[in-house]
Design a protein around this ligand. Structure first.
Ligand SMILES: Nc1ncnc2c1ncn2[C@@H]1O[C@H](COP(=O)(O)OP(=O)(O)OP(=O)(O)O)[C@@H](O)[C@H]1O
Ligand SMILES: [Mg+2]
Length: 651
């Protein structure tokens, strides 16, 4: 992950507030309801205490004056003694309210948490859609998905389950201690003394266990990556007979992962066991001292019963506090991981961005570009594609052809001072990005089809596209016959990453999809490589008829694909090595001619081992050195035993 150096858009809390938009009131009501539950629960032991001491016993009531007033109004202790059901009803009514408020707490909290999660997913997805292409290239898809799923879930769990608990735990601790101290200072101090011990112990334990949880998380990630790679790369695994190896690799990781969990569970058992021991000692202390105070008459029986109840109420939240603290730190990590995405600036047009006519010449003017600093893959390239013409690009692999098209589509922005790309007179950086991309139809070198029907894949730019338009595009791309041959025709589902289609069918479907865009500029990046020469010619002649007004950029490794282009540019190692009409290039007798000869005249039995780019480069160097090397190297075009075999694949 790259570090975002820009001013951060969100702080931790700022982002939580942003996601909570629209569900804050549910959280507030849920916290209020939880507060009421806790208060009511805390009052019930006071009623029991007074019943024992003042109704069964004869001590005066220890309630506030107002409550004492109500009791004397209905007849005081003598009345209650003969009407015990009044106390029962009071407790039942309070319990009913506890149940009602608890229901409201859970209900409101679930609504708030689910809405919060929905907000988080929606806002993250929408933000990611607007992030620059370079960001997607720099970040691993699996990691982004994990941030949008596991991290979102962890934040939801924390906010849904822990945030309300924090409020409840704090109120319970304060009120229990308050009531305990108000009944007996000494016993209150004994009960309170263990609180810091338990909190420190839980905090220490959960911070230690947090590391183990992280290790489990990381190893779960490794396990799912192995599974995911095997599913996606199933063909490679089968083709190379690696099933056993992959199974063993998975089993090894699975065993390790299981071991981690077993160890973690062991630690958890120690924790709960030791925690029970500490709290057990505390209870024994309170019980023994409390009994002694009762016997000596410094504590009433009612107070002692109430005290024990409050002590129980104190221990639970104290033990939970350690967990809440550790969950809070885990949620903090997740919030930061989500914040990394939300703080990445969206792709934005310049304020004065325009929408110029796209039926104009395309000019690359001294363009230099590097993906990684100081490693240029395109070096000072200048050329013009005349509007309405077909421009062919031929070149060795890695020579920068696709890069030029990515730059034209502004998937990568050309930095200032690295030349410019213009449509007519407008620099493409001054054109609205969406407008530019809408007007440049691009069939990428590795077409991607969605797991939807073929019809939906073709009509992706306009879901209301009539079937006739879809079929016209498919016919032009010579794929209509193949599609109608499927049982479900255009409703055939394309499997994950289009596995049910052959490579050629996939390429042609991508061409059809691009054609529906009806863009004035169309780019075919090696888009006919997976179809046979005959289909290639058929598609090109259909396109020629149909795309008369469009500017077409055709990248190919097959010379025949480019033969009818108005102009051809030949590239090698990021530079232009030749440019001209096909006839001019043939007459010139350079790289283009050699590739032509090699591809069109070699019989299948010929083994070609040379590289026309290197040959011409060597010849030129030799010529420059004043030697005539042509006779030595070009006896038979395209054949050179000393070259390397990569050229067969390259051209
Ligand atoms: N996203 C990227 N990050 C870093 N380097 C890249 C990236 N994309 C391409 N490159 C490098 O840039 C160089 C040019 O790649 P490019 O894809 O433009 O070549 P190409 O001419 O289209 O090749 P091919 O004919 O094989 O499609 C290559 O050396 C490649 O490794
Ligand atoms: Mg390419």
């Amino acid at each position: 992950m790259t570090k975002d150096t820009q001013k951060e858009r969100f702080t931790r809390w700022g982002m939580v507030k942003y996601f909570m938009h629209g569900c804050t009131r549910f959280f507030i009501f849920s916290i209020v309801a939880s507060f009421l539950v806790t208060i009511l629960e805390m009052l019930i032991p006071q009623i029991i205490r007074s019943t024992v001491d003042s109704v069964i016993g004869d001590k005066p009531f220890a309630f506030p004056a107002v409550v004492n007033g109500w009791i004397s109004d209905i007849g005081g202790a003598p009345y209650l003694r003969t009407h015990l059901w009044v106390i029962s009803i009071t407790i039942i009514v309070m319990a009913l309210f506890v149940a009602l408020f608890r229901y409201a707490t859970n209900q409101l909290n679930s609504i708030a948490a689910e809405r919060l999660q929905q907000n988080m997913r929606d806002k993250l997805f929408s933000h990611i859609q607007k992030l620059p292409f370079t960001w997607h290239m720099q970040n691993k898809t699996g990691d982004i998905i994990q941030r949008c799923t596991s991290d979102v879930e962890r934040v939801r769990i924390f906010i849904a389950e822990q945030l309300v608990s924090v409020v409840r735990i704090v109120i319970m601790m304060i009120l229990s201690l308050f009531f305990m101290f108000s009944m007996d200072l000494r016993l209150g101090a004994v009960a309170a003394a263990t609180v810091p011990v338990i909190i420190a112990y839980s905090g220490f334990f959960f911070s230690r266990i947090g590391r183990h949880f992280k290790e489990c998380d990381d190893n779960e990630g490794i396990l799912s990556t192995i599974a995911q790679e095997n599913l996606t790369g199933v063909r490679v695994v089968r083709a190379f007979g690696r099933e056993d190896y992959e199974r063993k690799r998975f089993e090894k990781q699975n065993t390790y992962y299981t071991g981690l969990w077993v160890h973690l569970m062991k630690l958890m058992s120690y924790f709960w066991g030791a925690g029970d021991l500490i709290t057990g000692i505390q209870v024994v202390l309170v019980l023994s001292l409390g009994s002694a105070f009762c016997v000596h008459g410094t504590l009433t029986t009612g107070e002692f019963i109430a005290f024990l109840t409050y002590n129980g109420m104190l221990i639970w939240p104290v033990r939970q506090l350690g967990r809440v603290i550790s969950e809070m730190s885990k949620a903090g990590v997740s919030i930061d991981r989500i914040r990394y995405i939300m703080n990445t600036p969206e792709e934005k047009d310049r304020p004065d961005a325009t929408e110029p006519d796209m039926h104009q010449d395309i000019t690359f003017d001294h363009v230099t570009f590097s993906y990684e600093e100081n490693v240029p893959v395109v070096k000072d390239v200048s050329f013009t594609v005349k509007a309405g013409t077909t421009f062919g690009i031929l070149g060795s692999t890695g020579s920068g052809k696709s890069t030029l098209m990515h730059l034209l589509d502004r998937l990568y922005d050309l930095p200032e001072g690295s030349g410019s790309i213009r449509i007519g007179d407008t620099d493409i950086r001054d054109i609205k990005a969406q407008y530019l991309r809408r007007n440049i139809g691009m069939v990428l070198q590795e077409p991607y089809l969605f797991s939807r029907t073929i019809g939906e894949n073709i009509s992706i730019t306009d879901r209301s596209m009539p079937m006739s338009d879809i079929r016209t595009a498919a016919r032009l791309a010579s794929v209509d016959d193949a599609i109608t041959g499927f049982k479900n025709g255009y409703d055939t589902m394309v499997g994950e990453r289009g596995v049910t289609l052959s490579g050629g069918q996939k390429q042609r479907t991508a061409i059809a999809r691009m054609l529906t865009q009806k863009a004035p500029i169309m780019v075919f990046d090696d888009s006919l490589s997976a179809v046979d020469a005959e289909t290639d010619a058929k598609i090109r002649s259909a396109l020629n008829r149909h795309l008369k007004d469009s500017t077409v950029i055709l990248i190919a490794h097959r010379v025949t694909t480019l033969m009818n282009a108005d102009k051809i540019m030949v590239m090698d190692k990021g530079k232009i090595v030749e440019m001209g009409t096909p006839d001019e290039l043939m007459a010139k007798g350079g790289v283009y001619k050699r590739i032509y000869d090699m591809q069109l005249t070699m019989s299948e039995d010929d083994v070609f081992t040379g590289n026309p780019f290197e040959e011409v480069e060597a010849e030129n160097a030799a010529k420059a050195a004043g030697r005539d090397a042509a006779a030595e190297t070009d006896d038979k075009p395209g054949k050179n035993a000393s070259g390397n075999s990569a050229a067969v694949k390259e051209v």
